[in-house]
Each structure stands twice: as C-alpha cells, then as structure tokens.
Write a protein that binds this ligand. Structure first.
Ligand code: FDA
Length: 318
C-alpha cells in the first residue's frame, strides 16, 4: 500500500511539466541525472554502451529520453535521435538495439503517423544490421493502459512486415498472460517487466505479492520448451534477484542455453547484480538513457522503491 501510494505520487511528479522545468534546471538535482542517465547526447550514450561491453560484457539498449510528447516538431526531432542512436551503435559494432516509447513518436499528438515513424526506425535498424551477429531491434516500451492495444498492434504489424521489432509486456496487468500466450505462438522477442504505471484493480494486480507471482508464471511460460521450439526470445527485465534465479532454473530445466534468452536491467540500478549475472555467463543488457529530458525517467526510478525517498530528499536539500 505504501509502495503503491509512493509510486502513484512519483508518477504524478514525472508527468508534471512544472516539476520537470524546475528539477531539470536545478543544479542540486544533477546527481539524480548522473545516477540514471548516461549523458546529454548520443556520444555519451554510445560511449557508455562501449564501456559496458568492453568492461563487463554487458550489452545496451539506447533510449533517447522523452515521454508523452505533445509537440509535432519534437516528435520529428525524437525520431531523428532514435535514428542517430541506431547509427552510432552500428558504427561502434554493437547490438543495434534502440528502445522507443510510442508516446514519444507521436501517439499523443499525431497517432496516424506513429506506424510510419516506427517503420522508419525499424527499417534503418534492419538495414544497418545486415548480416551482423547480435540482437538488433526496435524495442517498444509499454506505457500506461490507454496505449496497450495500440502498442501491441504496432508490434504485430512491424513483425508481420519482417522488420526487427520487440515488445515490452507488464506483469502487473491482468491481461498479460493472454498477450504472452499469443506472442509465444508468434515466436516474438518479448521483454517482461513488472510495470511502472498505475492502474485500477479491474486492470492490474495491486500487491507486490500478486505481481511477483504473475511474473513467475509468465517467466515459466516464456522459458517453456514450447516457447523455445517456436523460436521465442525471452527478455527478463527486472532487478529482482529471486526472479533471476527463478528464470535461470526454468531455463536449465527446459533446455535453454545461456545466450538464447537475456536479462535486462536499468542503468544506475543494482549494476552489481547485472555484472554478477554477466560473470556467470548469462546474456545481460542495460537500458541506457541519454538526452536532456531526464526528470520523468529519473523520478520513475525513484518511485520504484519508497526507500529511494532519501535520494529525492537529498536532491531537494543539497
Ligand atoms: P522491484 O521493484 O521489486 O525491485 C527488485 C529489487 O531491486 C529491490 O531490491 C529493489 O529495492 C531494487 N530496485 C528496483 N528499482 C530500484 C531503483 N530504482 N533504485 C534502487 N533499487 C531498486 N516499466 C513499464 O511499465 N514499461 C516499460 O516499458 C518498462 N521498461 C523497462 C525496461 C527495463 C530494462 C527495466 C529493467 C525495467 C523497465 N520498466 C518498465 C520498469 C519496471 O516496470 C519496474 O518498474 C522496475 O524494473 C522495478 O521493478 P523490478 O522488477 O526491478 O522489481
């Protein structure tokens, strides 16, 4: 209950334009930016991706920040940054893996153009990937419940067109079991997260206990023998070490070799755990945000754990 109230308050702060303007201009908050964000531009993003692979064998998904973008000019600029990210990753000979929120490429302001923008980005990734080894894709993030259907439909359309695309599904949503069954049948690449948005009890599990139980059930489906036979690619995106061990046990039991599935975590959150998994031979990726619009991303991270209140307090008093 405390956790949900805290998370809802931080989601409110993430969406507040006034808080964003204030926090992004305040020098005192810069340590939050430095904790969760690689830097202001693509050179900082790709430099961090290179350092992660060279230092720890950890792959990256680059994310140019921004969410719920309501200015068409900014949508166009964001698409440009996603393309630049793909090119920088290709130039550095890394996985061409770019995460995108549908609301940053027009879902709010020009919904008819979202598919075209997503096709442009995925098409460029596919062209740059050519025959290179690696995991190359446009990864669709999943936002609040109002855009779930359109995000899944977008994924399916791009996938049917043969473009390199992957999709995020959230364990807190009650519908996700059915969505996951469909995606396993399609042999998709799916990133499972717990969910960083709020939704009522009709749509979503409300307690951590229920969300964890659903995560375990979904992981069992994603790492089943049937999913492996269908060419499904599971991505377990959590900092929850009990879920990591659950996934590894399911993988071993059902004949998945390390490297045929992956773990993904966020830059700045429990990176020691990511390094440990990589050292054990698991395929690990970090979500590496870059750009100037860092406040919504950082405050969502604060919202993930009431104990992070101390970080927010520190940013306000220093
Ligand atoms: P949980 O919150 O239970 O944390 C597990 C452990 O990690 C705990 O010990 C906790 O203290 C610690 N921890 C977690 N977050 C922390 C933090 N910020 N700071 C310090 N410690 C922390 N959500 C969404 O709705 N749509 C999306 O598209 C995505 N995309 C996405 C990509 C990737 C790669 C990740 C890892 C996560 C997302 N998320 C997301 C966010 C996700 O839904 C969820 O909010 C966070 O991952 C936190 O949940 P955990 O599974 O880590 O578990």
């Amino acid at each position: 209950m405390i956790r949900r109230t805290w998370q809802a308050a931080m989601i409110g702060l993430a969406r507040s334009a006034t808080a964003k303007r204030f926090m992004q201009s305040a020098r005192a908050t810069s340590f939050l930016r430095d904790k969760y964000v690689a830097g202001a531009d693509i050179s900082a993003g790709s430099a961090r991706a290179v350092a992660l692979i060279k230092g720890h064998g950890i792959r990256s998904s680059l994310f140019f920040m921004g969410e719920y973008v309501d200015d068409p000019a900014l949508v166009a600029e964001t698409v440009g940054h996603k393309l630049t990210a793909a090119e920088a990753l290709a130039a550095a000979d890394l996985d061409i893996h770019v995460s995108v929120d549908p609301t940053q490429i027009g879902q709010v302001v020009t919904p008819d153009e979202v598919e075209g923008h997503a096709r442009t980005i995925a098409g460029r990734i596919g062209a740059l990937a050519g025959n290179r080894q690696g995991v190359h894709c446009l990864m669709l993030d999943m936002e609040d419940a109002s855009v779930t259907d359109v995000t899944i439909a977008l994924h399916d359309t791009l996938q049917d067109a043969g473009l390199p695309v992957a999709l995020t599904l959230q364990a807190y949503r009650r519908r996700t079991w059915d969505d996951m069954v469909r995606q396993v049948e399609r042999g998709s690449r799916i990133r499972l997260v717990k969910g960083a948005f709020a939704a009522g009890p009709d749509l979503a599990f409300q307690t951590q206990r229920e969300i964890k139980a659903n995560s375990r059930r979904l992981i069992d489906l994603m790492l089943s023998s049937e999913a492996r036979e269908r060419g499904f690619y599971p991505i377990i995106a959590t900092h929850d070490t009990a879920l990591h061990e659950h996934a590894i046990a399911a993988a071993r039991h059902n004949g998945w070799e390390p490297g045929t599935y992956e773990f993904e975590m966020l830059l700045g959150v429990r990176e020691d755990v990511a390094r440990d998994l990589a050292a054990r031979g698991e395929r690990v990726r970090l979500y590496v945000p870059f750009g100037r619009d860092w406040w919504p991303h950082a405050v969502r991270r604060i919202g993930e754990n009431p104990r992070n209140a101390v970080l927010l307090a520190r940013s306000l008093v220093t």
